[in-house]
Design a binder for this molecule. Structure first.
Ligand SMILES: NC(=O)c1ccc[n+]([C@@H]2O[C@H](COP(=O)([O-])OP(=O)(O)OC[C@H]3O[C@@H](n4cnc5c(N)ncnc54)[C@H](O)[C@@H]3O)[C@@H](O)[C@H]2O)c1
Length: 417
């Protein structure tokens, strides 16, 4: 099986290659309809250079100021491009730098951002621009949710994961540091639902994203494809498998389609269940957690690595999700929601994408079951597993038999060599 995205620099010339293809009009637009707000996700290579007029069109003539909360790993020209375009469209931008780590997705960073918004005298109509990956999107989005009881936010995701997932759907928040509790970090414990006024997706920025992060985002894309029929796109899994090569080459047309189809799936699911409060077991936003109940337990272990090398630990979120997808397929096979074929097929696609499908050093099943019990998908002490079907949908299974869950864990257990 061929694997893609092997070296950490094999797509680093992507941005130059794509700079010639900048566009001022979106190649794709996905409309997100939620009860609290309807907005567009606009997608196009080079679109960041047009963020000013796009923001003006979305927000009207009144706002005069803006704050760009940006990820300090972004190259200078990405920030100046957005800044220049906003200036030309009549916004006076203030720049607020964020160092994107889970430790700094914190109350302290929130407080700094809020102080800077106040110092820049942003008004109730002035937008916050969140320019970065999911960390920047979450903390800047939360600042926008609470500053003056809510100002507009325009999400400009710069990682594949944030483009297809975090920037769409309105979840914002920060981690809470609680000394004494495990790592001390309670992820996403504090936050708000705050839908953006617009999402601007410019895939040309992916040219500088380390390939390990690109692969991680692809795990979420494969997850979306596994539930594509929930949003009338049952063909996305086949399509993704056959386009991995051009995805890793950051081929603009392929990326545009990948993003539009993934965002449409997320948007369709969010539209049915904006606040993840559907209690019924047939879906809603909970379906987006396919692979995540296993995955979160794997992330909690902290010492696992995608390639068995100690220096690659811990697993990134997308790597844990990839393993979780394989485990969920095998649990689904045991539960009878899908055929044995699906686990083999999904594992082959993940492997081709350079993602792990088995992991060394997995703790005992009892320990893993205990870690799963801490997952937010556990309600009133009952484990809720999302299990896939062969027809690209998923089911919520409450309190699955222990044998079903342990079959999932066994499937990804790789003996040390
Ligand atoms: N709100 C939601 O619905 C939602 C959904 C999924 C995940 N999340 C959150 O998103 C976060 C993870 O987001 P992520 O995977 O985007 O990671 P991230 O924000 O940590 O970004 C990953 C790394 O890439 C760097 N980076 C970002 N864009 C870059 C670019 N274009 N070029 C070079 N480097 C770049 C960042 O500085 C960081 O080091 C988590 O905190 C998670 O809780 C939120």
């Amino acid at each position: 099986v061929s694997r893609h995205g092997g070296s950490d620099h094999d797509h680093s010339d992507g941005e130059d290659h794509m700079a010639e293809q900048t566009t001022t009009t979106p190649s794709h637009t996905v409309r997100v309809n939620t009860a609290s707000r309807e907005y567009d996700v606009v997608i196009g290579h080079g679109l960041l250079a047009s963020i000013g007029p796009l923001t003006r069109a979305a927000l009207g003539p009144k706002p005069t100021r803006t704050a760009i909360v940006y990820d300090d790993n972004l190259p200078e020209h990405t920030i100046t491009r957005a800044q220049g375009s906003l200036q030309t469209a009549g916004f006076a931008p203030t720049l607020i730098k964020v160092h994107a780590t889970e430790q700094l997705k914190s109350l302290a960073t929130l407080s700094t951002i809020l102080g800077e918004l106040a110092a820049a005298r942003l008004d109730r109509l002035d937008p916050v621009i969140a320019l970065g990956g999911g960390i920047v999107g979450d903390v800047a989005g939360f600042a926008a949710a609470v500053y003056r009881r809510g100002v507009p936010v325009v999400q400009c995701p710069t990682t594949l994961l944030s483009m297809v997932d975090a920037a769409v759907g309105g979840k914002t928040g920060i981690n809470l540091l609680m000394p004494g509790a495990d790592s001390g970090l309670r992820k996403n414990l504090v936050g708000a639902f705050h839908q953006p006024h617009m999402v601007v997706v410019d895939p040309s920025v992916l040219g500088t994203l380390p390939v390990r992060h690109l692969r991680s985002g692809l795990a979420e894309c494969i997850k979306h494809a596994m539930i594509g029929a929930e949003a009338s796109d049952a063909g996305l899994l086949d399509w993704t498998e056959s386009h991995l090569d051009s995805i890793f080459r950051l081929e603009p047309r392929t990326l545009g389609e990948l993003l539009a189809r993934n965002i449409a799936i997320k948007a369709a699911i969010v539209a049915t269940d904006e606040r993840e409060d559907l209690e019924n077991d047939s879906g809603g936003r909970a379906l987006l957690n396919l692979g995540h109940t296993f995955g979160h337990a794997l992330e909690a272990v902290g010492t696992l690595s995608p390639d068995g090398r100690r220096e690659s630990a811990p697993l990134q979120h997308g790597e844990a999700v990839a393993l979780g997808l394989v485990a969920a397929c095998v649990a689904g096979r045991e539960m009878g929601t899908c055929s044995p074929m699906l686990a083999r097929r999904v594992a082959a696609i993940l492997h081709s994408a350079g993602l792990p499908t088995a992991v060394e050093g997995l703790p005992s099943t009892a320990t893993l079951m205990e870690l799963m019990g801490h997952d937010k998908k556990v309600r009133a002490g009952r484990l809720r597993l999302i299990l896939p079907t062969d027809s690209c949908t998923a089911r919520v299974v409450v309190d699955p038999p222990a044998a079903v869950v342990s079959a999932g864990w066994d499937a990804i257990r790789c003996p040390a060599h």
